[in-house]
Design a protein around this ligand. Sequence first.
Ligand SMILES: Nc1nc2c(ncn2[C@@H]2O[C@H](COP(=O)(O)OP(=O)(O)OP(=O)(O)O)[C@@H](O)[C@H]2O)c(=O)[nH]1
Length: 304
Amino acid sequence: MLKRAKILIVDDDPLNRLVLEKTLASEHDTFLVENGEKALTFLKSTAVDLIILDIVMPGISGYEVLIQLKENPSTQALPVIFISANTSHDDEAKGFELGAMDYIAKPFSPTIVKARVRNQLLIKQKNDLLEMLASIDGLTEIPNRRYLDENLSREWRRSRRAGTPLSVLLMDIDHFKRYNDCYGHRAGDDCLKRIAHALVGECERASDFVARYGGEEFAAVLPDMGKNEALQFANKLRDAVNGLNIPHKASLNADHITISIGVATTECGQVYGEHTLLEEADLGLYQAKDAGRDIIVARVIRTQ
Ligand SMILES: Nc1nc2c(ncn2[C@@H]2O[C@H](COP(=O)(O)OP(=O)(O)OP(=O)(O)O)[C@@H](O)[C@H]2O)c(=O)[nH]1
């Protein structure tokens, strides 16, 4: 089933905008702007699912708008349908070469616009689903390493641009090999699932996320969070795992499952890459293990 989508309509002709809105507004949320500059500005603050884009407009053309969308990582995958009175094969071919998904000739039939919009939205919905499945860990059903890498890069760039802090936590279950050896691999799998959901359940802000980093390791990415807040959050995560009270009679540091955590924070992110942040968190985790486990060690990267 097709979900209600957000569609940006860009056309300098008020009548076209009105008819397109009337055609689509019963099934979708529509946003109307009258030129390319306003479209690009609008997209900086609002995410949409599809753009219907006129080509000949005052100011920058629809072609130029599409070129700029393709240059920006956050908009390059957005489906664009050109709608234009330029109906030569060359015009149409140019639109597709630039990356448009479809090309509708003016004057247009509302029924055909509806059908073509529907087709593009169905393709996008399926692509989004595939993208989501590729980002989910099969065992725990929380975000996987691929999701973490992509989103950490994005958050790193954002933190650099805005000069805001960014924290990363690396968490590792203590003596998990002994747990598997004692209770069996299947019980180990169940334990991983319970821990994953306990960690994810502690993320209250939409921007925070926990991913399975690999094996018995998890990571959290915490945008706009400085060292002290990140330490508090790490404590919450450790308490949540302790609170599960999963018996671990083979553990050498407790009678139940515990985790150790390395915390790394970059306080103004100009110099180091996101990989340094993960390396620092890993170093903190190593120190936490070394210090006896069920422990949190925080490290701050200060940039000059
Ligand atoms: N059941 C289960 N076990 C896993 C999975 N992935 C990794 N492991 C196990 O996690 C264990 C990790 O062991 P080690 O790296 O030696 O670490 P540890 O025993 O937790 O010891 P410390 O980290 O030093 O506290 C190994 O026995 C892996 O087989 C998984 O998906 N399921």
